[in-house]
Write a protein that binds this ligand. Structure first.
Ligand code: PBG
Length: 428
């Protein structure tokens, strides 16, 4: 079962963090303190113990030894303690019924915030998040209409600030998505492996500023393709597999050369993980990891992302390479290939509509599992919140927790900063 111990990255008490979404909701409780008071009596010293609700913690000690306390009790001089409170009254009209003869009442383990906290099976931490960031060549940050709160960040300014904010609350992993100028797009997407292109340049800048930042990159041709497809398109519309893989290898090596920690093929071509592994190794990048988009579905939930990057396919759809949303067993075929080809992390995408697939891969493979809460999932929660139809913050936290419960170790989410701030107890 996915779970991890929470490490507060920002020094905030963990109770506060959990309270944020009432997953636990621990509150300071009234503690009863027992005051041992000496009173003078005729025959023997009498102990009176009273309960006090004082919070000042300065209970007076009267210097009675343990032995004296024990002797008093043995002598039948029992100190007083508060009585058991009376049974709370039910509202008038409550039917009087015999108790159900239940040997198991699961509500017993949920009866208080502290007990619920004790038995919580899954935890959420900023360390589980990978923050996807859109970058462009501009100096300004441009809002993305379909993704409220997300921007195409200037690679030299806004991006660096956003990464700093994320690190402040314990999110130290990012994945970069470039908006490439149309003039640099081509049918073969060669800009993807330009060592001085936007992504490699940005990686070098970030690594210079934050050497311990974990940088994931996207490996696919769509931001660079004049056709908006993840691969090279033949004149009859067929996406050419092996030729695309050749380009992807060059792209991954270029990203690794710039300092990427994890390259993430999201293209869904066959055989790309093995080919990229071999290409990386041949260039001395044995230490660079591969997070494979193992089960990436041809989903309508990617709409806002494609708007963000202006990367909509110019024609057709991605159904000849991305998976059919109706398929479950097929995810095992993809996972087998990726595992045997050397993937380090298996990713399922989208997230929430595909919890069964996350659980499937979690149960069948020992590798770490990533879930991608994609743009459409993010925008739906944002829109529902803006319309006051749902509580945005609570739905956000619940959706992330559910991805963890289904078996995801890490979650790529546009909510990374907002959720981490919430976990750190910040109200912003
Ligand atoms: C492209 C890519 C896509 C996303 C991540 N990488 C879009 C696509 O496959 O069309 C989608 C992410 C999102 O919707 O948040 N290789």
């Amino acid at each position: 079962m996915a779970s991890s111990v929470f490490h507060a990255p920002c020094g905030a008490p963990s109770i506060k963090q959990l309270e944020c979404q009432k997953y636990v909701g621990l509150r300071p409780s009234v503690t009863l303190r027992f005051n041992c008071v000496k009173t003078k009596t005729v025959t023997t010293r009498r102990l009176v113990v009273t309960a006090s609700k004082s919070h000042d913690g300065t209970t007076k000690k009267l210097g009675i030894s343990d032995a004296e306390c024990e002797a008093a009790v043995v002598a039948g001089n029992i100190p007083e303690a508060p009585p058991v409170p009376p049974k709370p009254a039910a509202p008038a009209g409550t039917p009087v019924v015999p108790s159900l003869p239940l040997s198991r009442r699961p509500r017993r383990n949920r009866k208080s915030p502290a007990m619920r906290a004790s038995f919580q099976e899954t935890n959420l931490s900023p360390e589980n998040f990978v923050y996807p960031l859109f970058i462009h060549e501009g100096e300004e940050d441009t809002p993305i209409g379909a993704m409220p709160g997300c921007y195409r960040l200037g690679w030299r300014h806004g991006l660096v600030q956003e990464v700093a904010k994320a690190r402040d609350v314990g999110v130290n992993s990012v994945v970069l998505f470039p908006k490439v100028p149309d003039a640099l797009k081509s049918p073969t997407g060669d800009e993807a492996y330009n060592d001085n292109g936007l992504v490699p340049r940005t990686i070098r800048l970030l690594k210079d500023r934050y050497p311990d930042l974990v940088i994931y990159t996207d490996v696919a041709l769509d931001p660079y393709s004049s056709d908006g497809h993840d691969g090279i398109v033949r004149e009859d519309g067929v996406i050419m597999n092996d030729e695309t893989v050749h380009q992807l290898c060059k792209q991954a090596v270029s990203q690794a050369r710039a300092g990427a920690d994890v390259v993430s093929p999201s293209d869904m071509m066959d055989g790309r993980v093995g080919a990229i592994r071999a290409a990386l190794d041949a260039e001395g990048f044995q230490h660079v990891s591969i997070m494979s988009y193992t089960a990436k579905y041809a989903s309508s939930f990617y709409g806002p992302f494609r708007e963000a990057l202006e990367s909509n396919p110019r024609f057709g759809d991605k159904k000849t390479y991305q998976m059919n949303p109706a398929n479950y067993r097929e995810a095992l075929v993809e996972a087998q290939a990726d595992e045997s080809e050397g993937a380090d992390i298996l990713l399922v995408k989208p997230g929430l509509p595909y919890l069964d697939v996350i659980r499937l891969l979690r149960d069948k493979y020992p590798l770490p599992i990533a879930a991608y809460q994609v743009s459409g999932e993010y925008s739906m929660i944002k829109a529902g919140g803006a319309l006051k139809m749902i509580d945005e913050q609570r739905v956000m936290m619940e959706s992330l927790m559910c991805l963890r419960r289904a078996g995801a170790d890490i979650i790529l989410t546009y909510f990374a900063l907002q959720a981490a701030r919430c976990l750190c107890g910040e109200k912003r």
